[in-house]
Design a protein around this ligand. Structure first.
Ligand code: 0L1
Ligand code: MG
Length: 259
C-alpha cells in the first residue's frame, strides 16, 4: 500500500472512531509537503467514494485573511463535502458523532456550468452560478486540539465534518454577495458576525480561486457542484444543547441543535 493511502486510512479511522490523533507531521511524515498532502486527501476521497459515499462538491477553507496569516499562506485550501455529512436545516448534530466540533457561517454556490481554469474570474463564476444559498459548516479536525500544519489540514480534508444548507435558493444576481451581512448566534447570543467580503474579498472570487487551483491538476469545477466558499464568521466551538443560528441578509436563516 502507498504511504499516501496509509496516511489517508489513519485519518479516516480517526473520523470513523471519533477520536483525535497526532498530526501526521509530528511523527509519521514530518516532511509532508502541500503537494503530497493533496495526494493523501485524494486517497481519502477515493476511500469514501469506494464506500459508496457521494460527493456533493468541493469546499474552500482558510479563506479569511486572518486565517491565511495565521497559517502563513497566501492562498486558501480545498477539501470535499460528501452526502453523509449533510444535516437538514433545523436538524440535529449528535455530539457523539464528533470529536471537538466548531461551526462557521458560509455562502454556498450551486454551479450551473463547468468552470475550467486557469484564469477564471469572479465575474465568470457568477455567470455560471445557478443559485446561492446560506450554510453552516461544522468543522472537526481529526488532530489533537485542532493543532496542525498546512499539509496536515489539507490531508485531513480541510477539517470537513458536517454541513447544514439553507432551504431557499436565490439567484446570485439579486445580491452583492460581498456586502451580505451575516450573524452567527448560539442560544440566542451573537457569537460572531461578518460580511461576504470576509471570503477573499468576495465569495465568487473564492470559487474562481478553486477553479484555478483545480486546473493545476487538470480538474475543474463541475456543473451540479454545491460549493462552500469559506467562513464569513470565525469558527465557534460547539457543546451539547447548543441551538445554533446563522442569519444571512436576504438569503435566509440556517439552524441546528447539538444533541
Ligand atoms: O473550512 C475551513 O475553513 C476549515 C479549514 C481548516 C482550518 C481549520 O480547521 O480551522
Ligand atoms: Mg469552512
Amino acid at each position: 500500500m502507498s504511504q499516501y493511502k496509509e496516511l489517508a486510512e489513519y485519518l479516516v479511522s480517526a473520523e470513523v472512531e471519533k477520536r483525535e490523533v497526532v498530526k501526521i507531521t509530528a511523527n509519521l511524515k514530518p516532511d509532508l509537503t502541500v503537494e503530497e498532502a493533496y495526494h493523501v486527501q485524494q486517497e481519502l476521497v477515493n476511500i469514501k467514494l469506494n464506500e459508496g459515499k457521494r460527493m456533493v462538491g468541493p469546499k474552500m477553507g482558510l479563506t479569511s485573511h486572518a486565517k491565511m496569516k495565521q497559517m502563513n499562506v497566501n492562498e486558501p485550501i480545498y477539501g470535499y463535502v460528501f452526502d453523509y455529512m449533510l444535516i437538514e436545516n433545523g436538524g440535529q448534530v449528535p455530539l457523539h458523532e464528533q470529536i471537538h466540533p466548531k461551526v462557521e457561517a458560509e455562502i454556498a454556490f450551486v454551479i450551473g456550468e463547468d468552470i475550467e481554469g486557469p484564469g477564471v474570474t469572479g465575474a465568470q463564476v457568477l455567470a455560471k452560478t445557478q443559485y446561492v444559498l446560506p450554510a453552516l459548516e461544522i468543522i472537526d479536525s481529526r488532530y489533537e486540539n485542532f493543532n496542525f500544519t498546512l499539509p496536515d489540514v489539507i490531508a485531513d480534508n480541510a477539517s470537513t465534518s458536517r454541513v447544514v444548507f439553507g432551504t431557499s435558493l436565490k439567484k446570485p444576481e439579486q445580491f452583492e454577495l460581498d456586502l451580505v451581512g451575516v450573524t452567527l448566534s448560539i442560544n440566542g447570543e451573537i457569537k460572531d458576525l461578518g460580511a461576504g467580503a470576509a471570503v477573499v474579498g468576495h465569495p465568487a472570487h473564492s470559487v474562481a480561486m478553486l477553479a484555478n487551483m483545480l486546473a493545476r491538476k487538470g480538474e475543474k469545477v463541475r456543473k451540479g457542484d454545491v460549493i462552500l466558499t469559506g467562513g464569513i464568521t470565525g469558527a465557534v466551538m460547539l457543546k451539547y444543547g447548543d441551538v445554533v443560528s446563522g442569519k444571512f441578509e436576504g438569503l435566509g436563516e440556517v439552524t441546528f441543535t447539538v444533541t
